[in-house]
Design a protein around this ligand. Sequence first.
Ligand code: 5AD
Length: 351
Amino acid sequence: MDNEQITAWLRENNRTELDKLWIRADSVRKENVGDDVYLRGLLEFSNVCSRRCIYCGISADVKDCRRYSMTEDEILQSAQFAADSGYGTVVLQSGENKKLNTQMLADVITKIKAKTSLAITLSVGEWPCDIYKLWKQAGADRFLLRFETSDDKLYSKLHPDCKIGVAERYEKLEMLRDLGYEVGSGVMIGVPSQSFESLADDIIKIRELNLHMIGTGPYVPHWKTRLTENLADFLLDTENQVPANEEMAYKVMALIRILCPKINLPATTALATLNFEQGYENGLKRGCNVVMPNITPVKYRKLYNLYFGKACKKADDFEIEIKQRIKNIGRTIGAGRGDSLKFTEEVAGKV
Ligand code: 5AD
């Protein structure tokens, strides 16, 4: 599919045509990665951030955001909870805190590995190669780093403290791959200034980058950010502005599954925020094969406030509920780590 064809799908509003897209994505998913749905425990271990990304509610610019960092013991306890809940992976996510004790994180990784058989995914932003290497050697398996948009001008506006533009993200992704990480990236859907053609370019870029996992979700506003304060300067006219709605997110996920059949594709938290009741299920029926339940302790969870209304309710037994919901749509819970098929095939090819 080229930009024109992808754009046409993104603009498609005909129900019958869209049903064809969902069915195609679902069958590509089934043929390639099967019916298993993998669960990852998402642990937001700190909201301290040095970056000033204008869309994000935990940006350093958001002065009245109360900051927290979990202690080593708290992180270890949460990881144990993920293992006890039968999740194959714990995702350690935080703001990009330049004062992070990088050795402490390495020690935590080593301890989680010693105590559990969890795979560890990091989502902590941009770091020099030697730090990525330190964490890999400590036992980290995977890394998530979204490039957010492939439109270089927009990337620079959204990330006022970036140095050269989106190329620096691509460079980090390459670095992570070379270090042996299973690498994930993705974009925000419907961010103000994003046109249909630009989103189609993002999807093409996602395929080109040969990623192992792809996390995309709708942009959701946060009141206190510079982007919301200056919204009128960013929004394109209604003809061209990609809407940040649920259906657009499903279209993007379905297209990504069709173009990258062997990747891991989570139905993301932002999607569940737009549709708390059915967001996960709909994503899973339209190409997704991963769900990342939030395991951040409740007292911190509401402070990891990336955007307005972020799904942060603590259903008491969410780990039980989500498993039932997955079974209700005829899917099975994946056992083990749930590495990306794209990654395992690549590794096998190298031996
Ligand atoms: N809306 C949606 N997603 C957001 N993120 C950050 N802020 C927002 C927002 N306002 C996403 C970014 C980041 C991920 C951790 O959260 O894509 O990579």
